[in-house]
Design a protein around this ligand. Structure first.
Ligand SMILES: Nc1ncnc2c1ncn2[C@@H]1O[C@H](COP(=O)(O)OP(=O)(O)OP(=O)(O)O)[C@@H](O)[C@H]1O
Ligand SMILES: [Mg+2]
Length: 232
């Protein structure tokens, strides 16, 4: 099952949310984290991966297009913690074709849960992957600027819910976001200084803070079946 996370605006917290969900999922069953943003090795505190996977990251897979063998995905997987592996972006320039992204998304739907960090940028390849995901969720801070972008983003169409990354004291709340987007809010992650410190220190994979682990677990509980539909 492919769970794709994307954001209409950079710096929303998408990669941290994706890492948190993948880490919690790995506590339950085999899981993968596919990184189209490029920040996951740093977020997970992994050593630089360029020598570990020369030419074999997701960008190389996308560059090869529909001819890329599915086995490459297994070959590039980097262990993170027991039962979680990372499919890194790799060093090559991110290629553009939405068809290649869709082919990647289809390939990632098999073999248990894969969390896709599809990032914020309007990369056509990432958009192609979001479109074929079993479940696509928008990660958004409840702010006017992000909402303005979200309503015109082509990735809104295939999305079935929104995850809020919430700072205290914002004027907009979950019901505002749900009303504007026409999507249910299916997860709420708080912005906290202790979370930022754990990310900065590169120790998230060993010390996932409860304010991230709890909403990640609730979100996974809400994925009612293997096809990624939500519990009523
Ligand atoms: N819940 C949180 N609490 C505090 N800080 C956070 C939280 N989530 C993310 N951050 C911090 O905010 C910054 C951006 O987070 P992150 O990289 O996850 O966002 P992103 O949406 O993936 O950004 P990009 O557009 O660059 O891909 C990072 O410095 C991260 O440490
Ligand atoms: Mg990111």
């Amino acid at each position: 099952m492919l769970l794709a996370l994307w954001s209409p605006k950079g710096g929303s917290g998408t990669s941290v949310v994706a890492a948190s969900i993948a880490l919690v999922a790995a506590g339950r069953a085999e899981a993968r984290l596919a990184d189209l943003g490029g920040d996951q090795p740093a977020i997970l505190g992994l050593p630089p991966l360029s020598t570990a996977v020369p030419g074999r990251g997701l960008s190389a897979w996308l560059a090869a297009g529909a001819s890329a063998p599915t086995e490459w995905l297994d070959a590039m997987a980097v262990p993170v913690v027991p039962r979680l592996s990372l499919l890194p972006l790799g060093d090559d320039a991110p290629p553009g074709a939405p068809e290649a992204g869709a082919a990647l998304g289809v390939a990632l739907r098999d073999n248990g849960l894969t969390v896709l960090d599809a990032g914020a940028g309007p990369s056509p390849a990432a958009r192609g992957a979001v479109e074929v995901a079993d479940t696509a969720l928008m990660v958004i801070r409840p702010c006017y600027l992000a909402l303005r972008r979200a309503v015109v983003d082509p990735r809104l169409g295939p999305s079935s819910g929104a995850i809020l990354v919430e700072e205290p004291g914002r004027a907009l709340d979950a019901s505002d976001v749900a009303a504007v987007l026409g999507l249910p809010v299916v997860g709420r992650f708080p912005v906290r200084a202790d979370v930022a410190r754990v990310v900065d220190a590169g120790v998230l994979r060993d010390r996932l803070p409860a304010p991230l682990a709890s909403p990640a677990a609730l979100l996974l509980d809400g994925l009612a079946d293997a096809r990624g539909r939500w519990a009523a």
